[in-house]
Structures are given as C-alpha cells and as structure tokens.
Design a protein around this ligand. Structure first.
Ligand SMILES: [Ca+2]
Length: 323
C-alpha cells in the first residue's frame, strides 16, 4: 500500500487520463443498490440477490457477516500482542477494534485514552486488521467486497481503509484503498473521497524498500462521490488471461498481457503474470490504517479526524477460477 501513495503522485496525469476514458456514468443511490447499474453497463452483477455471477458460478468462499462475532475459521484477527503493529501506521492494532453485528463487519479507528509509545513512535489511535493467512488463499479468481469507507472530506485526516491481496512473493493487488483528508505535508486534496486500484511488486525483494515496480490505476471517482454514508462494491477478477477491476459493477480497469486498455497506450503488463504474481497464491487483507510516516507529523486526535471512525463491510466474497 505504501508504494501506491508515491506511485499515485508520480503518475497523477495518467490517472486523470484514465478517468476521462472510463467515467463512472451510472451514479448509484444512497441505498447502495448496485444491481441496476450493473445490469446497464456490465454483465457483472453484485448485491445480495446475485448469488451467481455469469461465468463464475456461486462464491466458493464468502462471509456475509451475519453472525455476532468474527468467524475466525475464515479470518485471522490481528493484535499488536501477537502480530505487532504496522510499520507505517500511527495506530495500535487491537483485535477488540473489530466486531460483527447487524449483518456487517466493523473496523473501528478510535482515539486512545492514553497514547502508546512503540519504539520511537507515539501511537494515538487503535484500529483493526483482519487477514486470511492460513485460512484462505487462491492464485486466480474473483474477489468482491461491499463497504462504506470513512474518508469524507473534512473529518478524515490520515484515515486509510483498504482491501488488498498479498502473496508470499511480495506481489500486491490493492482492490480498494482510499485516503482521507491530506495533512500539510502530503498528498493533493484531489484524492479525498475517491478510491484507488493498484497492482505492484517489489524489485528488491523487500516490501519496505524503495525499489517498487508498480502500475497504479485510479478507480472512477469525483469530489463528493465517496462518502461514509454510502455502500460501494469493489471487485477484482484475476485470471491467466486478464486482470479486471470493477467499482459498483462498472468495469474500470482491464489489463491483459502486453496490452493496456485503459489509456489506449500499449504498455507491457506481462509482469502481472510473471513469477512474482503467479508463484504463490493470494490471501486477503482488510484493514483501516491511520496515516503513515509520509503523513508526518502524525494525525493528532481531534485535529481533523472523526473519532471513533468506522469502516463498515457488508460482505466479502470469493469465486474460484476453474479454467
Ligand atoms: Ca452482510
């Protein structure tokens, strides 16, 4: 995720170009019903009524979050005591920041009563992080989730929700990440209330190194479009032949090997089907971070961030790729 920040800055012009090619013409109502828009513009359907997606059948793995607690047969719930904190996060990872009820999963970012000193870093917040390590992984398939992301303008400084796929060979597919209000030092305000789809890999075998090879592509979005009060659906379909990303059932990105279909320019994307991306399967990550070292100084509670702030996930579904 960290590279996406720099990558997005570096190629902002390209992102704008991509936006112009794929405007999100079908705006959705506040009720978050995606079925109508999906039918109009794509064969891909989403929503509770869509148990089967054309060509993909029914989900092989899913969590609708209908229970009263996190299903730990599906998810590993991280905690600072066992998995530590994120290197690039100003929050402490707390398993109690994650809960299930009323049909949704909530990851809560909240001001700590007392800041925690963690090495040289002072962490003012607590937050949640789930992944599917040792519980679900797949090389190819269709991943989809529906969520409300809390990155409203004016109340979300440093807020950074994400749903992303990682593998053991340092590949990363960011199905959705979004950044809240910028700090003084980082990030143009245009990024607020949008979300981003990114794929990237490291060329130095170290996630923290600066040697990233990436291709960031923006999802459709405009000012005032994203808001914490609306559900949206994000989907990625990764197969041996293509990589597609959808938002609210609308195809936003379609990459194939040796060809780039978003901006109309031919770009070599063969690395997305190279060793890094295909030699180990993908697990899911679902988390809500608070800034990172690039957003220095740390977003201070009450400065410009609602607390508590909830990242609300209605479902996560996975469809197998059967060739
Ligand atoms: Ca649900």
């Amino acid at each position: 995720m960290r590279s996406a920040l720099w990558a997005s800055l570096a190629v902002f012009g390209l992102l704008v170009a991509a936006l112009s090619v794929f405007p999100l013409s079908d705006r959705l109502g506040a009720d978050g019903d995606t079925s109508q828009a999906a039918t109009q513009v794509s064969k891909v359907t989403t929503g509770e009524e869509a148990a089967a997606v054309e060509g993909w059948g029914t989900p092989a793995w899913r969590d609708e979050f209908n229970g009263s607690s996190v299903d730990e047969s599906r998810w590993r719930v991280r905690d600072s005591e066992t998995e530590g904190n994120q290197h690039y996060d100003w929050a402490v990872v707390d398993r109690d920041a994650v809960c299930v009820g009323d049909g949704v999963l909530r990851i809560r970012l909240e001001e700590l009563e007392e800041p925690v000193q963690d090495g040289e870093r002072t962490r003012y917040w607590s937050t949640g992080y789930l992944d599917t390590q040792d519980k679900h992984e797949a090389q190819y398939g269709r991943w989809e989730f529906r969520a409300k992301i809390p990155t409203d303008r004016g109340s979300s400084k440093g807020v950074w929700p994400a749903f992303w796929l990682t593998n053991e060979t340092l590949g990363e597919i960011d199905v959705m990440e979004s950044w809240g209000d910028p700090t003084e030092k980082f990030r143009p305000a245009q990024f607020v209330e949008t979300s981003r789809f990114t794929v990237h890999e490291s060329t130095k075998g170290d996630r923290r190194s600066q040697g990233w090879w990436y291709e960031p592509i923006t999802m459709p979005g405009e000012d005032s479009y994203m808001s914490a009060t609306d559900f949206h659906v994000w989907t990625v379909e990764y197969t041996p032949d293509s990589l597609k990303a959808y938002m609210d059932g609308v195809l936003a990105v379609h990459l194939v090997e040796d060809e780039e279909l978003v901006s109309g320019q031919k770009v070599d994307y063969s690395w997305i089907w190279g060793e890094t991306f295909t030699s180990s399967p993908w697990e899911m990550n679902l988390n809500l971070q608070m800034g990172d070292p690039y957003w220095t100084p740390a977003p201070v509670p009450s400065e410009n961030t609602r607390t508590p702030t909830d990242y609300v996930v209605d479902y996560v579904r996975f469809w197998s790729f059967d060739g």
